[in-house]
Design a protein around this ligand. Structure first.
Ligand SMILES: O=C(O)CCC(=O)C(=O)O
Ligand SMILES: [Fe+2]
Length: 327
């Protein structure tokens, strides 16, 4: 694993052309169509608690629009700080927490045109306060407060999903354990001179249980793969995007799927997004809920511990993580 000489943001500031390592491999992904057809995404009103499936937009979450703007604003202010200031929060070589460009794990890796700040928020005693930005002044408070609000949204979604599948309400939440993780990831996509060839974030499915994504208010960029075709996710400023992650696909025995998605870059405008996701406690085994296994739907996945580590190793080998836990 290593660090980049310059992050995407530094190259954007210096007016550099993206180096070859950022160019997508045509044979794998094809060239980038920046504006594929919009995906008509179902909207869940959280206040009514209906069933989420992969890739939905959530309203009725009780978080005021002005507060969502504030979260976007503190994120942007952090990324616009001078590099020396941001480097105080640099990610270490061995872990994904902190600030940095794409994490380099192999020579062959196609790199993402984005800078990120990833911070664990729960369990509280595993926070690393030295990696929590001091500027802008409200950053820490907003991170804590916003992620607690999203935790409530996530808990509500997991309970509603369990009920709608005729499971006991806490069926999924119990699997995550008392020391479930909650992580905030701030994504910053600087303008890119080659949006046709360079992605902000490579195609992936989230390793989480679920991820709640706050999109940029103005600049689109999220695409979802459906029936082997890319669709763009239109912006609804007051809505949150709910992305089902691999851990939920495992726990629902494949009934609810984690969608493959990516972020594209934009020639003129920077874009930010804020992803908050939960994961099971690493030492706790997760697996398909008993009530979702029967003769017609046999168990699809084995029980797994520490799916995050499995996901990371697969990423290094270029394998699809969820396929490796299939029975
Ligand atoms: O920036 C986006 O819209 C996507 C972010 C994302 O997929 C992630 O952080 O996992
Ligand atoms: Fe994602």
């Amino acid at each position: 694993m290593g660090s980049l000489a310059k992050t995407a943001h530094e190259m954007a500031i210096d007016g550099d052309e993206p180096p070859p390592r950022y160019f997508i491999n045509e044979s794998t992904f094809g060239s980038v169509d920046a504006s594929p057809p919009p995906l008509p995404i179902p909207t869940i009103d959280i206040s009514l608690l209906s069933l989420p499936s992969s890739g939905e937009e959530a309203i009725g979450h009780g978080i005021p629009d002005s507060y969502l703007d504030k979260v976007r604003e503190v994120a942007k202010q952090f990324f616009l700080l001078p590099m020396e200031e941001k480097k105080k929060y640099s990610r270490g070589e061995k872990d994904g927490e902190g600030y940095g460009g794409d994490l380099v794990v192999s020579e062959k890796q196609v790199l993402d045109w984005s800078d990120r700040l990833t911070l664990k928020v729960l369990p509280e005693d595993e926070r690393r306060p030295n990696l929590w930005p001091e500027f802008p002044a409200e950053f820490r408070e907003v991170l804590h407060e916003y992620t607690m609000k999203i935790k409530y949204v996530l808990d509500t979604l997991f309970k509603a999903t369990a009920r709608s599948l005729n499971l006991e309400e806490d069926a999924f939440l119990n699997q995550f354990g008392d020391r479930a993780r909650l992580t905030g990831r701030f994504n910053f996509y600087p303008p890119c001179p080659r949006p046709d060839q360079v992605l902000g974030l490579k195609p992936h499915s989230d390793r989480s249980g679920m991820t709640v994504l706050l999109q940029d208010r103005e600049v689109e960029g999220l695409h979802v793969l459906k029936d082997n075709q890319w669709f763009r996710v239109p912006i609804i400023p007051h809505a949150l995007v709910v992305n089902v992650g691999d851990q939920m696909q495992i726990m629902t025995n494949g009934i609810i799927k984690s969608p493959i998605h990516r972020a594209v870059t934009n020639r003129m405008r920077l874009r930010i997004s804020v992803a908050v996701s939960n994961e099971a406690e690493p030492e706790k085994e997760i697996g398909p809920a008993e009530g979702l296994i029967d003769e017609e739907r046999p168990r699809l996945y084995r029980n797994v511990k520490n799916y995050g580590a499995i996901n990371f190793q697969c990423f290094q080998r270029g394998e699809v993580a969820i396929d490796t836990v299939k029975i």
